[in-house]
Design a protein. Structure first.
Lengths: 350, 585, 312
C-alpha cells in the first residue's frame, strides 16, 4: 500500500492544476452528479434570495383562512364560510357594581368613544397556491423560508462539525503520542455516550432556543466521524517525503499541518462536509420532534413536519407534502452530488 | 337485550376494557403521587371515606367506606366518621394469609403518611397546617429522622375500631372534599411496611380493582377485586336523556361489572386515534388535536361515526387555563416592566390581556373544543357564577390606544418602549414542545398587534416550575385543575401568602387577601359567592390574570360501552360501567 | 491476544471516567432540579428542602460525583427519583422489548441490504445500478418521521395488516404481532442507506488485487462474488451492525413512542423530561459500556477473520 510509487504520485505539485481540474472534468462528465449540482445551486440561490428578503419575506403574514386548501382543490366546502374572527369583542358589560373602581375606567371610556364607528375588517383568501397552515400562512412561502433555515442549519453545522473534526484529527494524527492519546480519549468518550443523550445534554447546557442552538447541537456532536478519517490521513501523510522536506526547509508545525498536508487531505474533508450537510438537515427534523428546533420567529422543515403530524389526520396533507418534497429534493440532490464529488476526487473507488 | 340477568351479575373476567393514558404514570402509592394518571388507577384500587354520586351534577358527596357523611361539629372543626364493618383488603403476602379488615386506624395512618418527610408527598398541602398536632409530629420526624406513627394525636383519634374523629385547627367547610379524594384512600400499614421503597408497584387496597400486572410506563392491567364489598348501582339521573338512559341500563346491578381493565400508555396522538378507530381501544378522550375529524362544529358527533354506533360523551373539565402576569416590581434583580400597580403598569397588562387572541386559541389550537373562561371558578365547581362576564374583552384597537395614552411610544421599528424611554421587552415562558410552540406563535402574533416586543423563554418543565415558585417568570400560560369541586381550590391561587406555592402571579393585594380569609370561614352560599365576585373583580381591575378557557372533554365510546358519563371529579368511571359483547364475538 | 483484550479493557477505565464526568457536569450542574417537579402542585420551601435532602442533591458536587463513581463501580444506581423503582429493574424490563424490535430489524435489513448491495455491485456501472442507487438516495432523503406517520396510517389503519400499536406479555405475541410493523418501518428506513454503504464495501473488495487474481485465474464472476467478495465484504458489514446496536438502543425512541413499545429510548426521553437523574446515569453508563465492548468485539472479529490485521 505504502509503496514508493503511490507516494511519488501524491507528491504536491503546487503549480499544476492536477487534481481539482481533473475532478471538475470528471464531475462534468457525470450527468447525474452535474444535474444534482445544478439543483443544489438552485437551492442555494433560493436560500440567499430568501435570506435577503427577496422572496417569502412575508411568510408570516396570515393571508388565507386557517387550513385554506391548495388552489387546485378549491375552497373547503365544509369550512365555515365566514371566518368567525371578530376584530374585537363587544366591550365587556360591566359586571354588577361591586364597589371596586377600575383605575383605567375613564381612559377606556374615552378610547371607546373615540373608536366608536371606526370599523376595520380584513378579508382572507379561501384558498392559497399550495394551501395554508393553521394560522392561514402560505405553506409555499413557509417551505421557502424553511429551505433557508434548514439549509443554513445544515451548511453551518456541517462546517462547524467538519472544522472541529479536521482540527482535532490533524492535531491527533500529526503530533501522535500524548496529543493523540488525549484526542482519542475525547473521541471515545463522545462516541460512547448515546447520541440522543448527548443531544439532550448539549441542549440542556445551551438552554436556549433558536437556530444557533440547533447549529451548535449538531456541530458539537457531529465531529467524530471526520475526526477519525482526518486523523488517519494525517498519520499517513506526516511521514511522507514532502512533509519531511518541508521540515527540512524550516516550516513550522502548523505550516506543515495546514499548508502542506491539508491540501492533500482536503478531498476527504470536502466529501465529509457534503455528507454532513445531508445528515444534519435530516437531524434537524428529529431535534424539532424533541422540542429543540428553531425558534418561533422562523420556520424550518423540521418545524413544519412536526406541525404537520396531526394535520395529516385532519386531512390537511399539504404542509407535510410541501416540507417532505422540498427536503427530499435537496437531500437527494446533495447526496448524489456528494457521491459524484467523491468519485471525481477519488477515482480509484469507482 | 331486555332480559338482562340481574341476579348473576358479577364482574365478568371476559369483559375487558381497553383504555389509554397519554403520559406515563408515576406509580400507585397514594401518598407519593400527584399526576392525573396515577391518581386514576389509585382511585380504582383504594377506597376513600367518601366519594361522589355518579350522576348528580354539580358533584354531590356520598359516603363510600364511611357509613354516612361526616358529622361536622364545633363550627366545622370536628369531623366524625364511622367506617363500614366487614370491608377487607385484597389478600396479600404482607397479611400472612389472614383476612385483613379495614378500620378507622387505617385512615388515620394513611393521612399521617402525607406529612411523613420520608414520603415527601406532593399532596402534603392537603393536611399541612390543618390537623391538630400533625404538623408538630412531622416537625419532630424531621429532626429525629423517623415519623412516629404510634404517637397519640389529638387531631386524629380512633375512639373505637370503626370511628375516626378528625380535629381541625381552623374551621374548614371543605374538608369533606379532601376526605373524598382518591389519594386519601386507605392503605394497610403492614403492606406499606412490607414493600418499603417499592410501594408504587404493590398497591394493596379495598377498592373495586386490584393490580394484576404492571409494566411501568407501558401497560397497567387491573382486575376486579373478587372480595369487593359489592356496591349496587343506585343513582338518580338528572334531567337529561343520557343520564336516564344510563340509569335504565345500570340500575340495581352489582358492581363492578367489568372484569379487567387494560391501560396502555400511548404518547402519540396518531397512535391513539388509529387505535380507537381500529377498535383496539374502547374509549378515548385524548384526541382534541384531531377533534374536527369526528366532531361537528356544533359539538355533535359526525354522522359517519354516529352511524357506526360510536357514542360521544361531552362535558367541560373542571379547570381553568389562564395567562398570568408577575405583579412584582422586580424579578430577581431586574426591574419587571409588567409589575406593580401604577396606572401605566396596569394599562400595559390590560393591553396585553385585551390583545391576546383568545378566540384563536380556542378555534385554532383547541380546534373549538374549549369555552372562554369568564370566572376563575369553572363550571361544575361550587362557587361558579354563570352570569359573570369578564371585564377584559378582546379588543386590540383599544389596547393600542391605551398604550398610546399611557406613554408607551412606538419606535421607528414599530415596537413600543416604556414610558421612561427604556426598551420594552415582555418575556413569555413555555416548555420546548410542539404543543407549546403553538402558544408561542399565538402570543407573538398577539403582541405584534400592539407593537410590544416579545422574548420567548424556553425551559424544561421542572425548571419553569422552579423559577415560577421563586416569582421569577414574567408571564406564562398555566392550567389549574380542580383537586376537589369547591371554589376555594381556585381562589387560593391569588392569595398573597400562597406566593411561592400556587400563587404564580405573586399577587399580593390586601383587599383580596382580607376577603379570601373571610371566605375561608364561610360555607358555600350567597355570602361567600358575593366575596368571590368581589375578588374576581379585584383581579380584573388589577389585571393579574387573563382568564382564557376551560376545555371540553370529548370522550368517544365504542358501541359496546355502556353506562359511561364523565364525572367532574372522579376519574376512573370503570366501576360504574359495563361492556356488551362486541359484534362478531 | 489475551494481553490485547486486557489492555483494551483497561482502556475502558479512562473513557468511562470521561463519560461519568461529562454526564455528571451536564445533568447535575446545569441540568434540572427535580425537587420542584416532585413537590407537586403546592410546593413550599420546606418540602423542597426535604426532597433535596432525600435525593442527596443538596450535598457538595464532589460528594455527589464520588457517589456516582461508586455507583458505576458497583453497578447499583439506586432507585428512580420519579417512581422509586430500582434503576436496574427499569433497565432489565426495557431491554427485552428494545431487543425484540431491534435484533430482527437489524438482521432483516442487513440481509436485504447485503443482497441488494451485492446485486448492484455485481451490475456496477449499469443502468440498474444507477437507478437503484438513485432510488436509495431518494428513499434516504425522506425523514423517518414521515415514514412512521405514513406507514402506520396506511399499513396498520387503512389496510389493517398490523395492529396500530401495542405490546403484550408473551414473547411470540410481541415478536410476531406487535413488533412486525415497527420492524417493517425500521427496515424500510435503514434499507436505503445500508444498501449504499454496503455497495461501497463490496466495491472496495472488488477492486482488490486478490479479486483480479481470481478473475485472472479464470474464476467466473459469480463465483468471485459469492466466494471471495462476499466473505470479505461481510466483515465490515457485520462490524458495522455491531457498532450500531448500542446507539440504536437509545436511538429508536421515535419508533418506540409511535408504536407504544416499552423500550429504552422511550424511557430515556421520559427520564430527561422528569429530570430523573439515576435513570439517565444508568442508561448512559450501560450504553457506553456496551459501545466499548462491542467495539472491542468488532476488532477481535476483524482479527479472527483476517489474520493480516494487526492488533495494536
Amino acid at each position: 500500500m505504502n509503496s514508493f510509487a503511490t507516494t511519488l504520485a501524491e507528491l504536491p505539485r503546487p503549480q499544476s492544476p492536477g487534481l481539482w481540474t481533473h475532478a471538475w472534468r470528471r464531475l462534468h462528465r457525470d450527468r447525474v452528479g452535474f444535474a444534482s449540482l445544478v439543483v443544489v445551486l438552485l437551492y442555494c440561490v433560493l436560500m440567499v434570495a430568501s435570506g435577503a428578503g427577496l422572496i417569502a419575506g412575508d411568510w408570516s403574514r396570515e393571508t388565507g383562512v386557517s387550513f385554506a386548501p391548495p388552489s387546485f382543490m378549491g375552497p373547503d366546502a365544509a369550512a365555515p364560510s365566514a371566518e368567525p374572527s371578530p376584530a374585537a369583542d363587544p366591550p365587556g358589560s360591566p359586571p354588577e357594581d361591586l364597589g371596586i373602581v377600575d383605575p383605567l375606567a375613564d381612559a377606556l371610556a374615552e378610547i371607546r368613544k373615540e373608536l366608536a364607528g371606526v370599523s376595520v375588517s380584513e378579508s382572507k383568501a379561501p384558498t392559497l397556491a399550495f394551501g395554508a397552515d393553521k394560522w392561514g400562512r402560505d405553506v409555499l412561502k413557509k417551505a421557502i423560508k424553511g429551505t433557508e433555515t434548514s439549509m443554513l442549519v445544515g451548511l453551518v453545522a456541517a462546517a462547524l462539525a467538519v472544522f472541529l473534526g479536521t482540527v482535532f484529527g490533524a492535531q491527533a494524527g500529526y503530533y501522535g503520542g500524548r496529543v493523540d492519546d488525549f484526542f482519542n480519549w475525547f473521541y471515545s468518550v463522545f462516541t460512547s455516550i448515546p447520541y440522543l443523550l448527548l443531544v439532550l445534554a448539549i441542549a440542556a447546557v445551551l438552554n436556549q432556543k433558536g437556530t444557533l442552538t440547533v447549529i451548535l447541537i449538531l456541530g458539537l456532536t457531529g465531529w467524530t466521524g471526520t475526526f477519525r478519517l482526518v486523523r488517519a490521513e494525517y498519520m499517513k501523510h506526516k511521514a511522507r517525503e514532502y512533509v519531511l522536506a518541508a521540515d527540512a526547509i524550516g516550516a513550522s508545525h502548523s505550516q506543515r499541518m495546514f499548508v502542506h498536508i491539508f491540501p492533500n487531505v482536503s478531498h476527504v474533508v470536502l466529501v465529509q462536509l457534503s455528507l454532513h450537510v445531508v445528515l444534519f438537515i435530516k437531524s434537524e427534523v428529529i431535534l424539532s420532534f424533541l422540542g429543540f428546533g428553531v425558534g418561533v420567529d422562523t420556520v424550518s422543515w423540521g418545524s413544519m413536519l412536526n406541525e404537520a403530524q396531526t394535520e395529516l389526520l385532519l386531512g390537511n396533507w399539504w404542509q407535510l407534502v410541501a416540507a417532505t418534497v422540498a427536503m427530499a429534493a435537496l437531500v437527494t440532490a446533495f447526496s448524489l452530488f456528494a457521491d459524484a464529488l467523491r468519485d471525481a476526487l477519488d477515482p480509484r473507488l469507482k | 337485550m331486555l332480559a338482562v340477568p340481574m341476579a348473576s351479575d358479577a364482574a365478568d373476567p371476559g369483559k375487558i376494557l381497553h383504555v389509554t393514558f397519554q403520559a406515563a404514570e408515576t406509580g400507585f402509592d397514594p401518598a407519593r403521587v400527584s399526576d392525573y394518571y396515577s391518581g386514576t388507577v389509585i382511585e380504582a384500587i383504594f377506597d376513600p371515606l367518601l366519594t361522589y354520586d355518579y350522576l348528580a351534577r354539580p358533584a354531590k358527596l356520598v359516603p363510600n367506606a364511611a357509613e354516612s357523611l361526616p358529622v361536622i361539629s364545633d363550627h366545622a372543626r370536628i369531623y366524625s366518621l364511622r367506617i363500614r364493618k366487614g370491608i377487607t383488603f385484597t389478600p396479600d403476602p404482607a397479611f400472612k394469609g389472614k383476612e385483613r379488615e379495614l378500620t378507622a386506624a387505617d385512615y388515620a395512618y394513611s393521612i399521617k403518611r402525607f406529612l411523613d418527610p420520608r414520603i415527601r408527598s406532593p399532596y402534603a398541602f392537603l393536611f399541612q397546617g390543618k390537623i391538630v398536632g400533625l404538623d408538630e409530629l412531622a416537625l419532630r420526624a424531621k429532626t429525629s429522622g423517623r415519623f412516629d406513627y404510634d404517637a397519640k394525636l389529638a387531631g386524629l383519634e380512633t375512639p373505637d375500631r370503626y370511628t375516626l374523629r378528625i380535629r381541625l385547627k381552623q374551621p374548614d367547610f371543605n374538608f369533606s372534599h379532601v376526605l373524598a379524594l382518591s389519594l386519601v384512600g386507605a392503605v394497610a400499614r403492614e403492606a406499606i411496611e412490607a414493600y418499603g421503597d417499592d410501594t408504587h408497584s404493590h398497591p394493596v387496597g379495598t377498592g373495586p380493582y386490584r393490580l394484576k400486572s404492571y409494566t411501568r410506563s407501558s401497560k397497567i392491567v387491573l382486575e376486579a377485586n373478587p372480595g369487593y364489598r359489592g356496591k349496587i348501582w343506585d343513582f338518580a339521573p338528572g334531567n337529561d336523556a343520557r343520564g336516564r338512559e344510563i340509569a335504565d341500563r345500570m340500575k340495581g346491578r352489582k358492581l363492578p361489572l367489568i372484569g379487567r381493565v387494560e391501560i396502555s400508555i400511548m404518547e402519540e396522538t396518531q397512535s391513539r386515534w388509529l387505535a380507537f378507530q381500529g377498535a383496539e381501544t374502547d374509549m378515548e378522550y385524548q384526541l382534541s388535536e384531531v377533534a374536527p375529524t369526528f366532531m361537528t362544529e356544533d359539538g355533535g358527533l359526525r354522522p359517519e361515526f354516529a352511524r357506526r354506533g360510536i357514542k360521544l360523551d361531552r362535558s367541560i373539565d373542571p379547570e381553568i387555563i389562564y395567562l398570568y402576569f408577575n405583579t412584582q416590581e422586580r424579578i430577581g434583580d431586574q426591574p419587571n416592566p409588567l409589575g406593580g400597580f401604577s396606572k401605566e403598569r396596569i394599562a400595559l397588562r390590560r393591553a396585553i390581556a385585551m390583545a391576546y387572541k383568545v378566540d384563536d386559541q380556542i378555534r385554532i389550537i383547541r380546534k373549538g373544543q374549549a369555552v372562554r373562561a369568564q370566572y376563575p371558578i369553572p363550571p361544575g365547581v361550587a362557587g361558579h357564577d354563570p352570569s359573570y362576564r369578564s371585564g377584559i374583552p378582546y379588543d386590540p384597537r383599544s389596547a393600542n390606544a391605551l398604550l398610546d395614552r399611557f406613554g408607551y411610544k412606538p419606535g421607528p421599528d414599530g415596537y413600543r418602549s416604556q414610558p421612561d424611554g427604556k426598551p420594552l421587552v415582555i418575556r413569555y415562558s413555555s416548555t420546548p414542545s410542539e404543543r407549546d410552540r403553538q402558544f408561542d406563535e399565538l402570543m407573538k402574533r398577539s403582541l405584534e398587534s400592539i407593537g410590544v416586543r416579545l422574548a420567548i423563554h424556553k425551559d424544561r418543565f421542572p425548571e419553569l416550575i422552579k423559577l415560577e415558585n421563586e416569582c421569577r417568570l414574567m408571564m406564562r400560560t398555566a392550567p389549574w385543575i380542580a383537586d376537589y369541586p369547591d371554589g376555594d381550590n381556585f381562589m387560593q391561587l391569588l392569595y398573597g401568602p400562597n406566593a411561592g406555592q400556587s400563587n404564580n402571579a405573586c399577587y399580593r393585594s390586601p383587599e383580596y387577601d382580607e376577603r379570601y380569609e373571610r371566605s375561608r370561614l364561610l360555607p358555600d352560599g350567597p355570602e361567600r359567592n358575593r366575596l368571590y365576585r368581589e375578588m374576581t373583580r379585584l383581579v380584573e381591575v388589577d389585571t393579574v390574570w387573563l382568564l382564557i378557557e376551560s376545555r371540553y372533554r370529548n370522550t368517544l365510546l365504542q358501541p359496546w360501552v355502556v353506562g359511561y358519563t364523565k364525572h367532574p371529579v372522579l376519574n376512573s368511571e370503570w366501576l360504574y360501567m359495563d361492556l356488551e359483547p362486541r359484534p362478531g364475538n | 491476544m489475551l494481553a490485547y483484550v486486557l489492555r483494551r479493557t483497561w482502556q475502558f477505565v479512562p473513557t468511562l471516567f470521561g463519560v461519568v464526568v461529562l454526564v455528571f457536569i451536564v445533568f447535575n450542574w446545569i441540568g434540572g432540579d427535580p425537587a420542584y417537579l416532585l413537590a407537586g402542585k403546592m410546593p413550599n420551601p420546606e418540602s423542597i428542602e426535604n426532597i433535596r435532602r432525600q435525593l442527596g442533591v443538596d450535598r457538595s458536587y464532589a460528594v455527589q460525583l464520588w457517589i456516582f463513581v461508586k455507583q458505576v463501580a458497583t453497578g447499583d444506581f439506586g432507585v428512580s427519583w420519579a417512581t422509586n423503582e430500582r434503576v436496574s429493574a427499569i433497565f432489565a424490563t426495557r431491554l427485552g422489548p428494545s431487543l425484540i424490535v431491534l435484533v430482527p430489524m437489524l438482521v432483516i435489513s442487513t440481509l436485504m441490504a447485503m443482497a441488494a448491495a451485492m446485486l448492484v455491485a455485481y451490475l456496477r456501472g449499469s443502468l440498474t445500478d444507477r437507478a437503484i442507487m438513485i432510488g436509495c438516495t431518494v428513499g434516504q432523503s425522506i425523514s423517518i418521521l414521515v415514514y412512521i406517520l405514513v406507514l402506520q396510517y396506511v399499513l396498520a389503519y387503512r389496510f389493517g395488516w398490523f395492529p396500530v400499536q401495542g405490546w403484550g406479555s408473551g414473547f411470540a405475541e410481541n415478536l410476531l404481532r406487535y413488533s412486525a410493523l415497527p420492524i417493517v418501518v425500521g427496515v424500510v428506513v435503514s434499507l436505503a442507506p445500508d444498501t449504499r454503504l454496503y455497495r461501497s464495501f463490496f466495491l472496495e473488495e472488488i477492486n482488490q488485487d486478490y479479486v483480479r487474481t481470481a478473475r485472472a485465474k479464470g474464476m467466473s464472476e459469480a463465483r468471485v462474488m459469492w466466494v471471495h467478495v462476499l466473505r470479505n465484504a461481510a466483515i465490515p458489514i457485520v462490524t458495522n451492525v455491531m457498532i450500531q446496536l448500542p446507539g440504536l438502543l437509545a436511538g429508536a425512541f421515535l419508533i418506540e413512542r409511535f408504536f407504544s413499545i416499552p423500550g429504552i429510548g422511550r424511557e430515556v426521553i421520559l427520564a430527561v423530561e422528569r429530570s430523573d437523574f439515576p435513570v439517565i446515569k444508568a442508561v448512559t453508563i450501560y450504553v457506553a459500556i456496551a459501545t466499548m465492548v462491542l467495539n472491542l468485539l468488532a476488532d477481535l472479529l476483524y482479527k479472527a477473520v483476517d489474520p493480516r490485521v494487526q492488533l495494536k
